[in-house]
Design a protein around this ligand. Structure first.
Ligand code: S3P
Length: 170
């Protein structure tokens, strides 16, 4: 079985995946980091040199390979759910958790996270906050449709969230 974490940038996928995996004695993988390791450059570099469609292709291929494995917790990239085949494989592999948070909270977290400007490429030509609002509005119905469970992260500690998720899968 594979546990997949989905949700917008800043929702906590990368922080939570290793904590869940540790409790299950499974392995955690962050698909963005795996892509960067394999490409030997940052995601921002891939966007810049090859464009977003090429990144999406690499992302879908790497995830398709990971979904063949077992006892894995995957922190997916925020846009991985844009590929319908990825969604199908993900749902087939095991439970999918959408880590949700109010838009204002995500804006606050992403503003504070320095890695946002260094490694996270822009997804639109819009200004920072406007991009988050617009992209989120389009994606929320997809996160909702693809996930088995919505886990609301606002005001919850990482330990609370790990407990919530483990309870839902056991
Ligand atoms: C993206 C989110 C990023 C990364 C890429 C595209 C998106 O992942 O995959 O920059 O489209 O939302 P995180 O959600 O881990 O930041």
């Amino acid at each position: 079985m594979i546990v997949s974490l989905i949700g917008y940038r800043g929702c906590g996928k990368s922080s939570l995946a290793p904590l869940i995996a540790e409790r299950l004695h499974w392995r955690a993988v962050d698909s963005d980091r795996l892509i960067e390791e394999q490409a030997g450059c940052t995601i921002a570099d891939i966007f810049k040199s090859h464009g977003e469609p090429e990144f999406r292709k690499i992302e879908a291929e790497i995830l398709a390979q990971l979904f063949n494995e077992d006892q894995l917790v995957i922190a997916t990239g925020g846009g991985a759910i844009l590929n319908s085949q990825t969604c199908e494989l993900m749902r087939h592999a095991g439970p999918v958790f959408w880590l949700s948070a109010p838009t204002e909270e995500l804006i606050r977290r992403l503003t504070q996270d320095v890695s946002t400007t260094e490694t996270r490429p822009a997804l639109t030509d819009l200004k920072f906050e406007e991009e988050i609002r617009t992209v989120l509005q389009n994606r929320i119905p997809v996160y909702q449709a693809v996930s088995d469970f919505e886990v609301s992260t606002a005001g919850r500690t990482l330990t609370d969230l790990v407990d919530d998720i483990l309870q839902l899968i056991q």
